[in-house]
Design a protein around this ligand. Structure first.
Ligand code: SF4
Length: 362
């Protein structure tokens, strides 16, 4: 079982962000959230292979409340020595005390750097001063988490290839074992969304540069936006991409029971009142195609044994047929053998098109 807990609070909204979060919430609201979360976690079941605490900004909570959240997780969820416990952190909210606290409870920390260039961060509405960023990274490095990730964004306004390369090298030199690199794609309902023009060519150039530079440090792409040293891959994400079972807690959190996806309401007020989650009901064949397409984002793709682990899966032969049919339209993008189906490096760049065709094509 995999668990996701959404902490819907941020100091302020970043210019590109459309994730659900409440900006600048007070202690009373955060306490109400923790009270409700405690009740919700009574329903948790199964041993957790992974727990992922994301947001929002989980580290927006002060030390007392953050400790309450950590204790809740350990008290209500079934965690054993094998459980991967990840938490997202924003550098401007990290203090020595918080980092020491998180180190006691989590095996993995993901720090939202986005760019090491202060001007670039400012342009997308990130607020962390340079000195604070460097101090926070030093605290995390010194705490020696078993695994740590640095989130970067590329294709930023006025960012050159040389600046992007510098960001990649700085992140790799920190000693992280995981780097996530996302192209800036402001959502329509974000502040930057209305003003932003995407540049596909520049995005592709920066995407390719990421693999080129990070591989020099032994950090390799294992999913379209994710790079890791061997053994540093995020198990939570790998499980979710492979259609693993997921329990989601907190407003806007998604869950998956092997057939239905459930999305909690995107409103803290409604969630606190107990509004039921929405259920995404689609036919089984469409669900299987969706799971199959999502994991094609990984460089490893599928093999017969991994597909057999998917709840309600059809046969591997069926998958070979579906992939084979698709390969007729996209011969360069799919690599198929009797035991494996994956996208070629070029195919990963066209994952969206392939996924659309797989899920909605005839
Ligand atoms: S990008 Fe992260 S920190 Fe910024 S508003 Fe969104 S969730 Fe909050």
């Amino acid at each position: 079982m995999n668990c996701y807990i959404h902490v819907p609070f941020c100091a302020a909204k970043c210019g590109y962000c459309a994730f659900y979060s409440e900006a600048g919430a007070g202690d009373e609201l955060i306490d109400a959230y923790l009270d409700r979360l405690e009740q919700e976690l009574y329903f948790a079941f199964g041993i957790c292979e992974t727990v992922y605490v994301g947001g929002g900004t989980p580290t927006f909570l002060d030390c007392t409340r953050l400790e309450r959240l950590c204790e809740l997780i350990y008290r209500r969820l079934q965690i054993d020595g094998n459980t991967e416990l990840s938490i997202e952190a924003n550098p401007e909210t990290l203090t020595a005390e918080k980092v020491a606290l998180l180190r006691r409870y989590f095996t993995r920390i993901s720090v939202g750097v986005q760019s090491f260039d202060a001007e670039s961060r400012k342009r997308i509405g990130r607020r962390c001063p340079q000195e604070k960023l460097l101090d926070a990274l030093e605290l995390v490095r010194a705490a020696k988490f078993p695994h740590w990730n640095c989130d970067l964004i590329y294709s930023l306004p006025e960012q050159t290839a040389a600046m992007w390369e510098q960001d990649l090298r700085t992140a790799a030199a920190l000693g992280v074992d995981h780097i996530s690199c996302y192209a800036l794609t402001p959502e329509e309902n974000s502040r930057l969304g209305a003003t932003f023009d995407e540049d596909d060519e520049r995005e592709t150039e920066f995407y390719q540069l990421a693999e080129e530079v990070l591989s020099e440090y032994g950090i390799h792409r294992y999913e379209i936006s994710n790079y890791a040293r061997s053994g540093g891959e995020c198990r939570h994400n790998l499980n979710v991409w492979r259609g693993g079972l997921l329990q989601g807690y907190g407003p806007a959190a998604a869950g998956f029971d092997g057939f239905y996806r459930q999305i909690e309401v995107e409103s803290l007020t409604k969630w606190l009142k107990g509004t039921a989650p929405e259920r995404d009901e689609i036919p089984l064949s469409e669900r299987l195609n969706e799971i199959f397409a999502v994991n094609l984002r990984t460089t490893a793709g599928w093999n017969a044994a991994a597909w057999k682990q998917v709840k309600f899966c059809d046969s591997w032969e069926d998958r070979l047929k579906i992939a084979g049919k698709l390969q007729k339209s996209f011969p360069e993008y799919l690599q198929i053998s009797s035991g494996s189906i994956k996208l070629s490096p070029e195919g990963l760049l066209f994952w969206n098109t392939i996924a659309q065709e797989m899920i909605y094509g005839d």
